[in-house]
Design a protein around this ligand. Sequence first.
Ligand SMILES: Nc1ncnc2c1ncn2[C@@H]1O[C@H](COP(=O)(O)OP(=O)(O)OP(=O)(O)O)[C@@H](O)[C@H]1O
Ligand SMILES: [Mg+2]
Length: 326
Amino acid sequence: MASQREVILSIRDLRVHFNTSQGLVRAVDGVDLRVESGETMALVGESGSGKTVTALSVMRLVPMPPGKIVSGDIQFQGKALLNLTNREIMKKRGKDIAMIFQEPMSSLNPTLTVGEQIMEALRLHQGLGGKAALVKAVEMLELVRIPNPEQRAREYPHQLSGGMKQRVMIAMGLSCRPQLLIADEPTASLDVTIQAQILNLMKELRRQVGTTTLLITHSLGVVAEMADRVSVMYAGQIVEVAGACDIFHSPRHPYTRGLVGSISNLRDYARRLDVIPGAPPNPAKLPSGCRFNPRCPLADERCRAEEPTYVSVGEGKWVRCWRAGD
Ligand SMILES: Nc1ncnc2c1ncn2[C@@H]1O[C@H](COP(=O)(O)OP(=O)(O)OP(=O)(O)O)[C@@H](O)[C@H]1O
Ligand SMILES: [Mg+2]
């Protein structure tokens, strides 16, 4: 993955397992991921592939137990996040790394006004108090194009529509100007028109603020609209990394090819990646060899026996497949 840009986040061989009544769930099982300064890296894959658990690991918010970070290394601006004390990571959370969570409704506090919630983050991380924090909170609501921001700041989450709540989440995420923003399905719960508005807003903010973003999504439409590069996740691993154009025009992994080949309308943001015949493996009972082999039209003996390693298929392009050359 040769590149001139600074690598802001680098995850190496991350493994996060959960002890469940069904057995050991290897939710994240050897993830390698790099996000470069200024880019939007999309992390895309079917439901249950381990996208959220990967993000929660960076935030050090994996529930433990039942979860356990079994091994791996997460470097953020040259610091090993997994070695930080709770106090040190709390200082980074929200300030250097912010996350917009998958369920906006459950991550806004219903008992505080939206203004108070943004102010709380500003107090905590920027030491802004009183009037200055309020002014800044209103400014943030204005930045995410919320009409009547002074009035909205005094309202509670239940008084806002889904799209407005999502804007508030983005405002909170950006309020301390984080070096890295992790957005987990920032538009999935919204209807198509509002999704398009929020994506446009995120693009505009990116031009204005230039935040490095790890964007988690099910939707190839969102990828096409937003991403510079893409990491495709399957059953707890990254199976392909490439520039967004390459993902659409010359996908190399049979899984990526299946995903890309099946879409006719990239603007159909809501469409989920459930188009390849078969289902992802049960993470408590992974197949031997390549994890995709039971669904792969190209699978041969080797694919059923040996787990593939990464091969480079061009500059900045990696694929985890024995048949990538075919
Ligand atoms: N707290 C938990 N306890 C047990 N298993 C968990 C827990 N959190 C996640 N998992 C399991 O880890 C695997 C990966 O989950 P994760 O939420 O990362 O998927 P995802 O790719 O974000 O899916 P989606 O697209 O549906 O959000 C799943 O099999 C899930 O059931
Ligand atoms: Mg998720």
